[in-house]
Design a protein around this ligand. Structure first.
Ligand SMILES: [Ca+2]
Ligand SMILES: [Ca+2]
Ligand SMILES: [Ca+2]
Ligand SMILES: [Ca+2]
Length: 265
């Protein structure tokens, strides 16, 4: 017992000694560390994985309440999983628009526009209005940015981006071997909210969210929602169109414009 106490004492004396040495020689080092890592950026008062600064300036969650919306999931867990920490009901960041500027929370966080500021660059045009028309919501001068939809027929995947920043990426189904989806560079020719597709042995009325990109031999080719199968990312089953899950197609449809570039490879 006595021996144990003594060794503990020896250790603590050694720690104090080391700290003193550090104090003598480490003043500049400590000052530099404070400069590069300000406490305000790293303090996480409610220990939810988001710093106080992130909560007050980016996510607009409560910095002293770990679960702002009270749904049982902490703010940090929700952000990491793509859910809104400000809305109950299991809504994803793709399903909410906190400042009602027609730009989804998910896209505001990607672009760096204000989640609670409907006009981030102060040019009197709403963030969502600017993105809808391909304008930069962070630049008050009329500067346009590229919208691009990329379809990969081999991976059965669609990715769309704004100014090179990916706004969505998800599994799709394309044309089967006998009725392939055409390859090449296209643009959105028309946006049609609801369409009726039919052929020999198949009939799909009231199909939502249709983006036409080609017309060949009297046939129209579309990227559209599909409610009659679940082969997305699994198998090419269509008659030439690009089939998309409804939940993925709705935001893509509203984001795309006539003239938006499409690359099918
Ligand atoms: Ca926090
Ligand atoms: Ca929560
Ligand atoms: Ca918004
Ligand atoms: Ca604006």
């Amino acid at each position: 017992m006595r021996l144990k106490q003594k060794s503990w004492l020896t250790v603590s004396v050694a720690v104090v000694a080391a700290a003193s040495v550090f104090n003598v020689f480490g003043i500049d080092l400590v000052a530099a560390a404070v400069d590069t890592d300000p406490p305000s950026l790293s303090i996480d008062s409610d220990n939810d994985g988001l710093s106080d600064a992130q909560e007050t300036e980016i996510y607009f969650t409560d910095p002293v309440v770990a679960d702002t919306d009270g749904d049982g999931y902490s703010d940090g867990v929700e952000i990491a999983a793509g859910y809104s920490p400000r809305h109950t009901g299991g809504l994803s960041l793709m399903q909410v628009d906190s400042d009602n500027d027609y730009l989804l929370d998910a896209w505001e966080l990607i672009l760096g526009t204000g989640l609670m500021n409907p006009d981030s660059d102060g040019d009197l045009y709403l963030d969502g209005t600017e993105v809808a028309a391909s304008y930069d919501p962070l630049n008050p001068s009329p500067h346009q940015l590229e919208k691009l939809i990329r379809v990969n027929r081999y991976e059965l995947k669609l990715t769309y981006s704004f100014d090179g920043k990916v706004f969505g990426s998800f599994p799709i189904s394309t044309g089967k071997v006998s009725t392939p989806t055409p390859k090449g560079d296209f643009t959105v020719l028309a946006k049609i909210p609801v369409k009726h597709y039919a052929g020999v042995g198949w009939d799909y009325p009231n199909t939502k969210w249709n983006l036409q990109f080609a017309r060949r031999n009297g046939l129209g080719y579309y990227i559209h929602g599909a409610y009659w199968h679940n082969k997305f990312g699994v198998k090419a089953v269509s008659s030439g169109c690009v089939n998309v899950r409804y939940e993925d197609m709705e935001p893509l449809y509203w984001w795309a414009q006539e003239g938006t570039k499409i690359i099918i490879e």
